[in-house]
Every structure is written in structure tokens, then in C-alpha cells.
Design a protein around this ligand. Structure first.
Ligand code: ADP
Length: 495
């Protein structure tokens, strides 16, 4: 699964990169289309305005007055046509018909222009745009003039071009994008809105109408296609990382669940084996002693009594074991009920010690009991609490190791009664303290595994104490003995 996620991450990164590149290409193409469309619109508008102006110029040139060498019809035309700020009319033979005076630089320009245009240009009603040092000029041929064809050189007025053509055409174009007309040296000649720190996306050259000029499409800062694509890519990456995170958490959770389940299955099967083993030992003893008695093979009254007491003791152990298993299954099914009644604690302690007297003395245990005098009564389910205490004493014996001491103390601690069972036995490593109260759990050391046990004794202790509104704590470490402390509230309100 980890490998699959890693593979997925690599694939996603690669496809994200590819998508980023193609998205940028796409946005770029769109920008180019828009700029091209705008260029075409500007060119069409300029040509239309020029057409209208040339019709009236032709009329002015063909007036008898102009033919007679008087310049004012063209002068009047120039005043009425703001698109051009300068006009020259040249004849084919090289003379300048308009204006009446010109500078030597202008003369050089005329010569250059004449050399550049082909003979055919004079014969047809041709037109052409040419770049000048200080702008753009429209060259237009008028074949029908006198004494021969005339050539008009008309310089486009930059302010009028801006006002009359660019401004009108660009209104409503571009959306969020900014459009700017750039001259030969990349200087914005005209921009619909201030460019500020906008980024240039594409430039498209104007055709023949405005040679050397170009139209640039800009995007405002932060809105450039690159930024937009980056933002989307970041968002996508964030979502993907989040997704990977969720998958990771899911995987970990399921791994833990599976591990827990398999551990639980192992613990359950251990439980069945342990309980069966625990049942078999006392049963074998009971059977052996009973059969010996039955066959009258026991000499003397004292021995016989010893045999009877072994049978009683072992059957008590069996009962305790079966009670534990039954109570545990009732707790699991939620059917366990406790009847709490106000009672003294001391008799419960003595009953339990009585039941264990024989095994304790036989194994040479020193039992220290100290119960504070005048302990108040408290709400108790005596049988259940006796069972809890018996489980603790049983563990103290089972896990005593070399130690031979069991200590039981009871005393008041504020609004609670503190009941302790301590031993000098093998102890419990601190890391296991939280788990020993879990069902079926047994400390996995070789010291413990050699002893009988079902792993539900402390689970019952905890359940019983909590049903009394109390809690249980453990103080222990490996090789240092153990001390289990039950805190039982003096009144139910404390629960
Ligand atoms: P078990 O039937 O195994 O005794 P318990 O629920 O009573 O089950 O106890 C759980 C585990 O806690 C035991 O297997 C043992 O490892 C540890 N334990 C309980 N009491 C003691 C003790 N007094 N000294 C050392 N270890 C103990």
C-alpha cells in the first residue's frame, strides 16, 4: 500500500507538471488569439478612416486650383483631416507640388521614397505604409492627376491615431487583460489602462498598416496565466497531499486494528487453553484424593482429614476459577449486576484470608494484615469485593517468586477507604502497568508464563472496583514486588 501511495504521488507530480505546461500553453494561445483579433480590428478601423480621407484628398488634388499650382485645396484638406499631421504631394517627374517649401532632410526622404516605390505603384490607385524616422506615413498614388500621376505622402498623427483609432477600438476588448500598443523601441505608445506592474504575456506585430509597431497583451500582477496555473497547481498539490495524509492515517488505523484483532484472537485462544489447564489441575487432585478415600487406603483419622481438606480447598479453587470466568462473560455481555449495601469491610478481608489460609501457610507465607480501627461502613457488594480481593491475593501468591510475604492494609483516606494488597514477588515492569487490566492480557515474561492464569483476574478487579465508584492503582517494578491499591468511596455520591 505504501508503495502504491508513493507511486501515485510520483505519477500525480508528473501529470501535474505536464498539466501545468499544457495549461500555460493553452492560456498563451488564448492570449495570442485575443491580441491578434485586436490587431485586426485596429487595422480595419485605420484603413476605413484612411479610405475616407483619401477620397476627399483625391477631390482636392483634382481641383483646377491645385492643378494651377495653388496649394490651398490640400491645405484646407489637411486642416480638416486630423489623422494626418503632415502632407506632401509629389509628381512623378520629381517636383514637389505641395508644400511650397521643404527642408533638405525632407528632400532626402522624398528621394528615398521615390526610389523605393515601383513604377507600377504610380499607375494604379495604390497605397502603402512606410516607417519614417519620426512615425509612420501613408503613401497613396493618384494616377489621374495633372500633369501626371501624383504621390501623396501623409504622416499619421500619433495623438489622433491614439484618440481616433486605438481608443475607440480597444474599448471593451481584453476583459481583465491590458492591451498596449508598443513602438519600435518597445515604448508603450498607447495603453487603455495604466500598465503598472502588469506582466506582458504576448506581443503581436501589426501588419503593413503600422510597420514596426506591435500590440502587447498584459495581465495585471498576480493574475498572469503563470500565476493562475501556479495557484491551481498548488491547490491541487495541497488537496493531493491531504488525500495522501488521509490514506496514510487510514492505513495506519487499519494496520493497528488488524494487529489488535490478531492479538485479541491469540489472547482468546491462550485464555481457553489456560482456563482448561486451570480446571484440570484441581479436578485431578480432587479425583485422586476422593478415589484414595473411597478405597479406604488412607491410614489414620488425621490423614483422612487432611485429604478431605485438600478436596475442599481444591473445589474452592475450582469455584473461584469458574466464578471468574462466568463473571467475566457476564461483564462482556453487559449482564453483570452488583448489589451494593452499606457494610463493614473487615469481615470481607477475613473471609478471603480464611479461604487462602491453607495455601498461604503451606507455602510458608508471612501474612501481615492491618485494618484501621473504627473504619466506617461503606456501600459494598461483599461477594464481588471478596472475589476482587481473592484475585489480588491469588496473584500475590502466584507471582511471589522468592518472596514470602503478603500484606493487606485497609485504612481511611479522606472520603474513601484505601485497601492495599502487596507482595515481595517478581513485580511488573512499569511499561506493562496500563495493559495488565486489559482482558486476557498476561505479562509476556518467562517468569509469568510458567504460572497458571486466565488473564481476566485483574479485569474483574477493575470492573468490580469501578462498579463501587472507585478505582485501582498499581505500584510495582520488575523484581521489586507489587502493591495494588483499591480506593472505595464511602458513599455512592462519590462515584
Ligand atoms: P492471570 O490470570 O494471568 O493472573 P490477571 O488478570 O490476574 O491474570 O493478571 C494479569 C497479569 O498481571 C498477570 O499475568 C501477571 O503477569 C501480572 N500480575 C498480576 N498481579 C501480579 C503480581 N502481584 N505480581 C506480579 N505480576 C502480577
Amino acid at each position: 500500500m505504501l508503495l502504491a501511495s508513493a507511486l501515485l504521488a510520483v505519477l500525480a507530480t508528473l501529470s501535474l507538471r505536464r498539466w501545468e505546461a499544457s495549461a500555460q500553453r493553452h492560456v498563451h494561445e488564448q492570449a495570442r488569439d485575443m491580441a491578434t483579433m485586436c490587431v485586426e480590428k485596429i487595422e480595419a478601423a485605420l484603413l476605413r478612416t484612411e479610405d475616407e480621407s483619401l477620397v476627399s484628398l483625391r477631390r482636392a488634388i483634382l481641383t483646377p486650383e491645385f492643378s494651377a499650382g495653388r496649394p490651398h485645396p490640400v491645405q484646407a484638406w489637411l486642416r480638416a483631416t486630423p489623422l494626418f499631421d503632415r502632407a506632401y504631394i509629389l509628381s512623378r517627374d520629381g517636383s514637389v507640388l505641395y508644400p511650397s517649401q521643404w527642408s533638405p532632410e525632407e528632400s532626402a526622404v522624398f528621394t528615398a521614397l521615390r526610389a523605393e516605390i515601383s513604377p507600377g505603384f504610380w499607375e494604379r490607385e495604390s497605397r502603402r505604409h512606410v516607417p519614417l524616422a519620426d512615425g509612420v506615413a501613408l503613401l497613396a498614388a493618384f494616377p489621374g492627376g495633372s500633369p501626371g500621376p501624383n504621390l501623396a505622402v501623409l504622416r499619421l498623427s500619433e495623438p489622433e491615431l491614439r484618440r481616433g483609432v486605438l481608443e475607440k477600438t480597444q474599448a471593451g476588448l481584453g476583459g481583465q487583460s491590458l492591451l498596449a500598443v508598443l513602438d519600435a523601441s518597445d515604448r508603450p505608445v498607447f495603453a487603455a489602462r495604466p500598465l503598472d506592474r502588469a506582466q506582458r504575456v504576448v506581443t503581436v506585430p501589426f501588419g503593413e498598416t503600422l510597420p514596426t509597431w506591435r500590440l502587447g497583451l498584459y495581465e495585471p500582477e498576480g493574475l498572469s496565466p503563470r500565476d493562475a496555473v501556479r495557484r491551481q497547481a498548488t491547490l491541487f498539490a495541497a488537496v493531493f497531499v491531504l488525500l495522501l495524509g488521509v490514506i496514510g492515517v487510514g492505513l495506519t488505523a487499519s494496520y493497528r486494528l488488524v494487529r489488535r484483532e490478531s492479538e485479541m484472537a491469540r489472547l482468546k485462544s491462550d485464555f481457553v487453553a489456560n482456563v482448561s489447564h486451570d480446571l484440570k489441575t484441581p479436578l485431578a487432585l480432587i479425583r485422586m484424593y476422593a478415589e484414595t478415600l473411597e478405597m479406604n487406603r488412607v491410614p489414620g483419622e488425621a490423614s483422612r482429614r487432611e485429604y478431605y481438606s485438600v478436596i475442599t480447598r481444591e473445589s474452592e479453587r475450582l469455584t473461584r476459577l469458574i466464578d471468574n470466568v462466568l463473571d467475566f462473560s457476564r461483564i462482556e455481555s453487559g449482564a453483570q449486576r452488583y448489589a451494593l449495601m452499606r457494610r463493614p469491610l473487615e469481615p470481607v478481608i477475613h473471609d478471603v484470608l480464611d479461604a487462602f489460609r491453607h495455601p498461604l501457610t503451606q507455602a510458608g507465607f508471612k501474612v501481615e494484615v492491618s485494618v484501621e480501627r473504627d473504619l466506617p461502613e461503606l456501600p459494598l457488594d461483599a461477594d464481588a469485593l471478596a472475589q476482587a480481593l481473592a484475585n489480588l491475593v491469588d496473584n500475590a501468591i502466584k507471582y511471589s517468586g522468592e518472596g514470602r510475604r503478603v500484606e493487606i492494609r485497609a485504612g481511611r483516606a479522606g472520603d474513601e477507604i484505601r485497601l492495599e494488597v502487596a507482595d515481595d514477588g517478581i513485580g511488573i515492569p512499569a511499561a506493562e502497568h496500563a495493559r495488565i487490566f486489559e482482558k486476557f492480557y498476561r505479562v509476556g515474561s518467562s517468569d509469568t508464563q510458567g504460572r497458571r492464569g486466565s488473564g481476566v483476574g485483574l479485569t474483574l478487579v477493575k470492573h468490580i472496583v469501578e462498579a463501587h465508584g472507585g478505582r485501582v492503582t498499581v505500584h510495582s517494578d520488575r523484581g521489586r514486588g507489587s502493591r495494588f491499591v483499591l480506593y472505595l468511596p464511602l458513599s455512592r455520591g462519590m462515584a
